[in-house]
Design a protein around this ligand. Structure first.
Ligand code: KIV
Length: 263
């Protein structure tokens, strides 16, 4: 069973931050030691991302990550977190229909201790988001580059780069908000489109490789520490510049909050 018991940062507080133009700082973490460090540094959101398939397990994609993997790592993170909101990724094919989405999201919250689940979304997922939301499961909908679709996409490319796909992403964003999503996460889309989406919805929009106009930013922890096995995306900044890990994390938060990151 999960040992997560705190409330810490709430969805309402994140919404207030958006409304007050206070940027939301987010990072991934997968274990207790780093979760505690991020939590103490004042991180608003910790994501137990399926990026753990790459940075923890050494795979080439997120596709092989299982429910058991995410539950285990969510337990590790949630047990050491008292301030940050903990979001867990729903792994590949764990939300392919409403029943599996409800079952697996419940496991992430009850067994893992997650306070919100994240799923990669197109228009097809609006019904699933609505059902989760109706049942009291907070949802972060991940749009744009969806790494679980890597074998369909054939590579990690920017999305929404032509007029039709940009329009589709904008429509999907508002549809997901209407369905009950609490947060949108937009990955690798043009900054102008990210700005339009942020303006079009009333829920926090967190960006990764999506420019500076989102309500907050997220990166993979190992990327900002410069210890990622393999290549890092071009939008990543290495914060380990002759300093401790604690200072690197604090500098990341400071730069997100002040708007200095991303440039
Ligand atoms: O899995 C993950 O860590 C993510 C972030 C990169 C946004 O989805």
């Amino acid at each position: 069973m999960s040992s997560q018991s705190h409330l810490g940062i709430t969805i309402k507080q994140l919404k207030n931050m958006r409304d007050n133009n206070e940027k939301i700082a987010c990072l991934t973490a997968y274990d207790a030691a780093f979760a505690k460090l991020l939590d103490h540094a004042g991180m608003d959101i910790i994501l137990v991302g399926d990026s753990l398939g790459m940075v923890i397990q050494g795979h080439a994609s997120t596709v092989s990550v299982t429910m058991e993997d995410i539950i285990y790592h969510t337990m590790c993170v949630a047990s050491s977190t008292t301030h940050s909101l903990v979001i867990s990724d729903m792994p590949f094919m764990s939300y392919s229909n409403i029943d599996s989405a409800l079952h697996n999201a419940t496991r992430l919250m009850q067994e893992g201790g997650a306070q919100m689940v994240k799923l990669e979304a197109t228009q097809r997922q609006t019904e699933i988001v609505a059902e989760l939301s109706e049942c009291g499961i907070p949802v972060c909908a991940h749009l744009g580059l969806r790494p679980q679709y890597i074998h369909k996409l054939g590579g990690y490319h920017s999305q929404g780069t032509d007029a039709d796909s940009a329009k589709e992403l904008l429509l999907t964003s508002t549809a997901l908000e209407q369905a009950g999503a609490d947060i949108l996460l937009v990955e690798c889309i043009p900054s102008q489109l990210a700005a339009e989406i942020t303006k079009a919805v009333n829920i926090p929009v967190i960006g990764i490789g999506a420019g500076k106009d989102c309500d907050g930013q997220i990166l993979v922890l190992q990327d900002i520490l410069g210890i990622t096995p393999g290549k890092t995306p071009p939008f990543v900044k290495n914060y380990m510049q002759n300093c401790s890990i604690q200072e690197a994390v604090k500098n990341y938060i400071k730069e997100v909050k002040s708007g200095a990151f991303p440039v």
